[in-house]
Design a protein around this ligand. Sequence first.
Ligand code: I3P
Length: 128
Amino acid sequence: SSPDSDGGTPELEKAGLLNKTKIAEGGRKLRKNWSPSWVVLVGNSLVFFKDPKSQTPSSWKPGNSRPESSVDLRGAKLHWADDLSSKKNVFKLRTVTGNEFLLQSETGALIKEWYSTIQNVIDRLDRE
Ligand code: I3P
């Protein structure tokens, strides 16, 4: 059984620093505003935090700082999106509610890890 099967603290899957911009809210296009974000994949959610300098993967714990925003991954879609930016290593995450985010890293291997880890969570939720 998973660590969350008792309804307790959700499992922390991954945490790290990515560049982030929201490009749509409820299907309505937004102006890009790239900024570094501390991104945490925990349970069924991708959670974004400001102030990444105070965070490290080993020290982060659910509940010890206030998220900037959070994304429900159930029904979400991931796509590589280098066509949507002048930056390299970019993917787009679209939620069922029509919120769209671009996430980016200068490190190709790192962004590929994030892509496949998030896709695994989406696939798991699709099977539930
Ligand atoms: C935007 C800014 C973004 C850029 C975007 C620009 O200009 O330079 O970084 O996105 O390009 O419009 P501004 O700061 O004046 O809003 P990328 O870095 O992802 O290319 P876009 O309009 O082609 O998306």
